[in-house]
Design a binder for this molecule. Structure first.
Ligand code: HAM
Length: 435
């Protein structure tokens, strides 16, 4: 089957399907996403970050300075298109260039003030899909503009680790490195290219291609044979200028001082070319091959390249799908407190009135107003996992009462509508004291 057919289905008699590399996020998974997003709003807010929402597509030029040279096969990976007006647009493959574009466009730094932003949203890369790697995926990212201080790099890393820790993700490894800048890169690159040239014959085809495009990217190869060769290459960390070395040492000193566990990984270069000095990545052994939960670093120079002043920047982005995969079991859908059952359809208006009242008092309730038998409604109540069914019958309603049925024990009791809210709160709280 051709990829086009496979992607969209929809041929004659073929069921319609989501495009290849995209996913529907359905309850109870979607509640896990919400938990992750809520924790990001909380944690990042406490660190003084403000959310920014940028368009999902941008003029293609936005990604030409940073991303194009960076995503190794960026030309192929980007979703680029020309709209009906002839504009060259690209679905954003990452959040950093759009945030920089907005920062410059709206003069958000007011000259030299520190500006802290975070974003949550879909990104698009035409990659080969596998578990944890999609064509439409979601990033939660942060960017800070305005300071070269190592304290800021450390603070951003600290915020990432606090957020992941608060989410209960335990098996985390933080790797840090410095990739230097224009002071130390040229001399180092010469040495690296020379070392790679002498081993080209033993490298995988993919790495030979990476060597041509950007020799640093050979470090990202997962090929076992390449891994052995990579051990022999000189590392940038051993070739840092004294000031860049001091900057990196200061980042590490902060992390050590705050008790944040980290490994210095001299071969960590990250896939994006715009990084200068600090780079970092957080992986989790809870994930498979795509184990990078989050990555980031400093990108001094990129704001200027994109038409702004010479403002330094640092940030990171995490893959939301991967964070959700790494979350501990248990987090999930908000429970339904009670399921409303009506004995006959004429009672629906009264039942709905009660339901509105329950909801306005913080109870989560649902119902099925389909004129189905009580038995069918009770089965639906069971499937909803609500601990209580609230049953409305004509006789009861005329007396101002309803029946509560405990789904687990089958026990039933009549309750006056006047104290229904209190009673339900009491029962729900007894069943789940954390509620
Ligand atoms: P990145 O390493 O390309 O960096 O992506 C960051 C994170 O996005 C990865 O660690 C991974 O969790 C997730 N991710 C990337 N590609 C996919 C995919 N195809 N499917 C699922 N998840 C994926 C950046 O994007 C930089 N803009 C980060 C940054 C912000 N650096 C400084 N500021």
């Amino acid at each position: 089957m051709s990829e086009t057919e496979q992607q969209s289905g929809g041929g004659k008699n073929q069921p319609l399907r989501a495009p290849r590399g995209t996913r529907d996020v359905i309850s109870p998974e979607v509640e896990r996403w919400q938990d992750v997003e809520r924790a990001a709003h909380d944690t990042f807010g406490r660190y003084g970050f403000r959310e920014m929402r940028t368009p999902i597509f941008e003029d293609s030029a936005v990604f030409e300075k940073g991303t194009i040279e960076t995503l190794q096969s960026a030309q192929k990976e980007m979703y680029r298109f020309v709209d009906l007006g002839g504009h060259e647009l690209t679905l954003r493959p990452e959040g950093t260039p759009p945030v920089i574009r907005a920062y410059v466009e709206h003069n958000l730094g007011h000259g030299k003030d520190l500006a802290r932003f975070y974003y949550i949203g879909p990104m698009f890369r035409y990659e080969r899909p596998q578990r944890g790697r999609y064509r439409q995926f979601h990033q939660i990212g942060v960017e800070v503009f305005g300071s070269e201080s190592a304290a800021l790099d450390a603070e951003v890393i600290d915020m990432a680790m606090t957020w992941l820790g608060d989410l209960g993700i335990r098996s985390l490894q933080l790797c840090v490195n410095s990739v230097g800048d224009h002071d130390d890169r040229p001399a180092y690159m010469e040495k690296l290219i020379e070392a790679q040239r002498s081993l080209l014959g033993e490298m995988s085809e993919d790495s030979r291609r990476r060597h041509e495009i950007n020799p640093l990217r050979v470090f990202d190869s997962k090929d076992p044979q390449d891994q052995l060769l990579i051990e022999k290459f000189p590392t940038i960390l051993d070739h840092l200028s004294p000031q860049n070395k001091a900057h990196f040492d200061e980042v590490c000193a902060y992390l050590s001082d705050w008790g944040i566990d980290y490994n210095i990984e001299p071969r960590l270069v990250r896939g994006l070319d715009y990084y200068r000095r600090t780079v970092f990545e957080v992986t989790s052994s809870a994930l498979g091959a795509q184990n990078s939960l989050l990555g980031g670093g400093r990108y001094d120079g990129l704001v200027e390249q994109m038409g702004g002043d010479n403002i330094p920047g640092v940030g990171f982005a995490a893959g939301l799908e991967r964070i959700v995969l790494a979350l501990p079991e248990g987090a999930g859908a908000a429970p339904i407190d009670c399921y409303i059952v009506t004995v006959s359809p004429e009672l629906i208006p009264q039942a709905m009135k009660v339901m509105r009242d329950l909801r306005s008092h913080g109870l989560c309730c649902t119902a099925d107003f389909q004129d189905r038998s009580v038995k069918a409604q009770m089965k639906a109540a069971n499937r909803s996992n609500a601990p209580i069914a609230v049953i409305f019958g004509p006789d009861e309603l005329s007396k101002g009462v309803c029946t509560l049925k405990m789904m687990e024990s089958g026990e039933q009791q009549e309750v006056s509508l006047e104290i229904l809210v209190e009673d339900l709160h009491r029962i729900v709280h007894m069943a789940d004291p954390g509620n």
